[in-house]
Design a protein around this ligand. Structure first.
Ligand SMILES: [Cu+2]
Length: 335
């Protein structure tokens, strides 16, 4: 190959690289402008996390450029020259102290700065979140439970889902995360939020979504063979659509429970009796004989009832109570 051919080849390669880089960068530009390969910010904490990443990026970029320029300069300045002898350099304590000091200052600044951001985002658990969701990952899915309006788990207005997390836009959502088997990690890149889920340990995190979107929840901790397909969908809805959605889920749930009542019903169910207000019992109580409704509990099941419920249970064997209970159960466990 001639010299000009080799040069031409290099030129072509260089042009291709340049065009390729430019196209990749351009492809990263969305409606919010150039976004440095970041997925669009979709939670209130995303901007702060991005700012922190960009700060570190620019500090390392400047340091990288400075080191590379110094290296290039030294290589050029001390390049081979006929008759020039090499000299041994034993180091310079003063210079080393200076750049050591600069490095220490940068690292301390970053440490305190990121601590402030982290503290702001993760420091204090919200006392009154708008929505509480329990997420319990297992190989290889996300089991989800919503606490409902009363913000309590184990009550009739809970709804459950698999791989589906739906949240209202702009509302504060508290997630109670706990793995059921091995360590998983809840990761929503658009929220800049990643949290390990550990078996036997509940971890809380919270967020406010800022964009209507359907986002992917990926497992960010290698958890077994199905890790790569362990995916959930997080849907951000306007608050009123969310209420409609929740109501629909409640109706579906009640319909399902209603279906089961015709045969046998397993928990959770509501036992609500006159003069006691409404209350609930969650247990593996088994209901037999749909109509006329008589609660027939095993000894073990009876023992699991709190004291004050035992006499109600006996009372429920009377017809009047039984009718009430029948209505109750036909309504899918609520009055
Ligand atoms: Cu996993």
């Amino acid at each position: 190959m001639s010299r000009s051919q080799a040069n031409g080849g290099r030129l072509l390669l260089g042009t291709l690289l340049l065009v390729g880089t430019a196209t990749t960068l351009a492809a990263q530009t969305d409606s919010t402008g150039f976004n440095w390969w970041f997925p669009p910010q979709s939670s209130t904490s995303a901007a702060e996390i991005d700012a922190e990443i960009m700060l570190i990026f620019w500090i390392t970029a400047v340091a990288f450029l400075a080191v590379m320029l110094a290296l290039g300069g030294i290589v050029w300045r001390y390049r081979f020259r006929e008759g020039r002898a090499a000299s041994a350099v034993a180091g310079n304590a003063r210079l080393e102290l200076i750049w050591g000091g600069i490095l220490l200052a940068i690292l301390l600044f970053l440490a305190f700065n990121s601590q402030a951001v982290w503290g702001g985002l993760k420091g204090e658990k919200p006392k009154n979140p708008d929505l509480i969701v329990e997420v319990r990952p297992r190989q290889f899915q996300w089991d989800v439970r919503y606490a409902g309006r009363d913000k309590l788990f184990g009550t009739p207005d809970d709804i459950t889902a698999i791989n589906q997390i739906t949240v209202p836009l702009g509302k504060q959502v508290l997630v109670r995360l706990q793995a059921q088997d091995v360590i998983h990690s809840f990761f929503v890149p658009e929220f800049r939020m990643k949290q390990d889920a550990v078996p036997g340990m509940e971890t809380n995190f919270w967020f406010r979504a800022t964009r209507l979107a359907k986002l992917e929840v990926v497992c960010a901790e290698l958890c077994g063979l199905g890790h790569g397909v362990m995916r959930g969908i997080l849907t951000v809805m306007p608050p009123d659509s969310f209420d409609v959605w929740y109501q629909k889920k409640m109706e579906e749930k009640q319909k399902q429970q209603g279906g089961k009542i015709a045969g046998m019903l397993r928990s959770p169910f509501v036992l609500s009796l006159p003069n006691t207000g409404s209350a609930w019992v969650e247990s593996n109580l088994l209901l037999r004989q749909p109509s006329p409704l008589v609660l027939s509990l095993s000894k073990y099941e009876r023992r699991r009832l709190p004291q004050r419920w035992r006499k109600h249970h006996q009372a429920a064997q009377h017809q009047q109570e039984a009718n009430l209970a029948a209505t109750l159960f036909q309504n899918g466990g609520s009055l």
